[in-house]
Design a protein around this ligand. Structure first.
Ligand code: GCW
Length: 679
């Protein structure tokens, strides 16, 4: 159990764990053991005490404010994720940490709270054992902090063991079977708990034939994983195919309104819970990129999601129903179809029709995890539906874990994005629905994430889901302390400073040498690594930039374009519509402009393209130089791995710079104002 885990960890630190009943003189008191002395105030000799107490009186949060959101009607707490206040119960995962005299005390109402309290003590390090401080409360903003693994059980002929995986093989599966490396899996569970993650989906949302069977005859494989993750407070979810009744049991239909189909899902789900009582629920990608869905039966996505939700309802399970639904067989000649519109077109009108245990899972941008996108308007448009916001921790479009790209600054921007007179935010919507979901970047690589510095993205994902108000720099500091323990090295300042210099702005550097001004998809088709400006331009995927000799960008305005700007609430519907107010970094996402168009920053579009590409490349060269200075201060194997990746990043940045600049020079015929070489 989680409690056993805390007990073990606490013992390792020379501490004790007590189940308590309440407080005495402000000091928690252990329960169930009449002889036990009260914890704290010097009575207990232990340095570290974990106490499980059923009701904890209100405690002061750090800095006078609690982290996370209060319970209550989530949809009526629009900003819950960002500015909740402290009073109220700690809830199932919350905890408080205090120091009384010589004793550091972690209090929680449930075992999972003790577990997170343990990791808070680890984060605090020596500060947890310094001068006395009053109890500080912590509770998560998002109830579910979930990682989706796009792992295949069988090696897929095109996508391999892990779709969009850049960290080796799957940590769960190998060549069609469970990996069964339980020590490694246990270490992974501990790592996830330390980041705050409490839910994991163990297979790809593209559900192929073998993976479909995890739901039925191969359920034991899932149960085995669930058993290893459980002590760390992590529940297992499963991606299922909407066609399961047909492909697994030869039913004539998977129509969500068919009685036999309902009965099939009810019975199948009953068996899942008989085997895994704390099973989390189903993840579904339906009617998307070839996956089956309710459209085949003339039904909509509310019908589809509700079918599964009904089956899960008796067990408190949830359906994560993905909103990533669009036409991937588009005619590139047809300018009226706009992929960015698709999720909103399909889902906004269904608001209010989903059962309570449906969570509509929305990619944070309207397209597909590009380097820069606006926030998906779906997140603003469904106040009567529980929504999960999906981030891509795996760096499909942001350097594939060969490039340093610390994504927390972007995620933080997205989470803080606000609209409407009630001050709604993305974080608030996710907190109300309960979920932040990330596509995992972990594999069986010895550094977990391929690029060792990509671990920071995993950590930041979990931490921002716990508390979206944390700044990316503060999260990075935590990660640096936990990973490198700078204080124990010969030059703590150099180590910390260099990591910040290399990582803080790395997402913007990546943006500079790759995708200008909100244009996406200038990548090589299929694997999506490296530049290919027209790679997707004349394909069916709906991913166009429309560059010609006069200009570039997609006109998504209401006045003259696809009307996508109209899917936003005020003020954004107007901000994005107007050239005068559209932010530079999203200009080409919303507008088609001539190369001579003047940006708010003062330069022309074409000169911006040239400048940012040269700058971005120079920044990578600088990263390489700085990283070299850390030789001897960090583990040698880690240093070598990062060095090797940085060399590739520099090579690739040069390729991007040369190709993008050459392409736009050849299209526009406009030379670089600074006379640098364009090919
Ligand atoms: O970004 C695209 C990826 C696909 C992925 C899809 C999705 C799992 O290229 O590999 O499929 O998104 O999110 O479903």
């Amino acid at each position: 159990t989680v409690f056993d885990e805390v007990e073990r960890a606490c013992a390792a630190h020379g501490g004790t764990v007590r189940r308590g009943t309440g407080q005495q003189d402000g000091v928690p008191r252990p329960a169930g053991d009449p002889d036990a002395a009260p914890v704290g105030a010097g009575v207990t000799p232990a340095q570290l005490v974990f106490a499980l107490v059923p009701t904890i009186p209100a405690v002061a949060p750090p800095g006078g404010e609690a982290t996370g959101s209060p319970d209550g009607d989530p949809v009526d707490a629009p900003r819950a994720g960002l500015d909740a206040t402290g009073a109220g119960p700690l809830g199932p995962e919350g905890f408080a940490v205090a120091r009384h005299g010589e004793v550091t005390v972690v209090l929680a109402e449930e075992p999972a709270g003790l577990l997170y309290g343990l990791f808070e003590v680890v984060r605090l390090g020596e500060a947890a054992f310094g001068p006395p401080y009053p109890a500080r409360a912590h509770r998560p903003a998002m109830r579910r902090r979930m990682l989706d693994h796009w792992d295949n059980v069988d090696v897929h002929p095109v996508m391999g063991q892990v779709e969009r995986g850049y960290a080796g093989g799957s940590i769960f599966w190998r060549d069609g079977r469970p990996r069964r490396d339980h020590a490694r899996l246990r270490a992974y569970a501990r790592l996830l708990a330390a980041c705050g993650v409490n839910a994991v989906s163990v297979n790809n949302v593209n559900v192929h034939a073998t993976e479909a069977r995890l739901l039925t005859e191969r359920l034991d494989d899932v149960a085995e994983i669930a058993d290893v993750l459980r002590p760390y407070g992590i529940r297992v979810h499963l991606s299922v195919t909407f066609a399961a009744p047909v492909v697994l049991d030869a039913l004539p239909t998977a129509d969500p309104l068919d009685d036999a189909v309902r009965a099939w899902w009810a019975e199948t789900t009953r068996r899942v819970y008989a085997r895994i009582p704390d099973f989390g629920g189903f993840v579904v990608k339906a009617d998307s990129e070839g996956q089956p869905g309710p459209f085949s039966y003339g039904r909509d996505h509310a019908d589809g999601a509700n079918l599964l939700a009904q089956a899960l309802d008796p067990y408190d399970g949830v359906v994560h129903w993905r909103a990533f639904v669009y036409n991937h067989r588009q005619d590139w000649r047809d300018r009226s179809t706009d992929r960015a519109r698709a999720a909103h077109d399909h889902f906004a009108l269904l608001d209010g029709r989903f059962r309570d245990n449906v969570i509509v899972q929305v990619k944070h941008g309207p397209m597909d995890f590009q380097t820069r996108e606006p926030v998906s308007p779906v997140i603003t448009a469904m106040p009567g539906t529980r929504l999960a916001v999906e981030f891509q921790v795996t760096q499909e479009y942001t350097g594939q874990q060969r490039h340093v790209c610390y994504l927390a600054p972007w995620w933080s921007e997205v989470l803080r994005f606000g609209w409407g007179e009630h001050g709604r935010t993305v974080a608030g919507v996710a907190a109300a629905g309960g979920d932040l979901v990330g596509v995992s970047n972990v594999g069986d690589d010895p550094f977990w994430t391929g690029h060792p510095l990509a671990q920071a993205n995993l950590y930041a994902f979990g931490r921002l889901a716990w508390d979206p108000r944390l700044t990316p720099q503060a999260v990075l500091d935590e990660w640096i302390d936990l990973t490198f323990d700078p204080a124990a090295t010969a030059d703590p300042e150099l180590l910390r400073g260099t990591l910040h210099e290399v990582m803080d702005d790395s997402w913007r550097s990546y943006e500079r040498y790759t995708a200008p001004l909100g244009v996406g998809f200038m990548v090589r088709p299929g694997h999506h690594y490296g530049p290919d400006v027209d790679g997707y331009e004349y394909t069916s995927w709906g991913t166009y930039h429309f560059a010609d000799r006069d200009g570039v960008g997609v006109d998504r305005t209401r006045a003259t374009g696809t009307g996508f700007t109209g899917q936003y609430p005020p003020p954004w519907s107007q901000v994005y519509e107007s050239l005068a107010s559209c932010p530079d970094e999203l200009l080409l996402f919303f507008h088609h402009v001539p190369y001579g168009h003047l940006l708010h920053s003062g330069g022309t579009v074409i000169q911006h393209i040239y400048d940012t590409h040269f700058d971005g490349m120079a920044e990578v060269a600088e990263m390489c130089r700085r990283w070299k200075s850390l030789a001897g201060l960090v583990d040698a194997a880690l240093h070598a791995r990062v060095t090797e990746r940085l060399d590739e990043q520099l090579r690739c940045a040069q390729e991007w710079c040369d190709q993008i600049n050459a392409y736009f020079y050849r299209r526009s015929g406009i030379p670089d104002a600074h006379g640098r070489t364009l090919y």
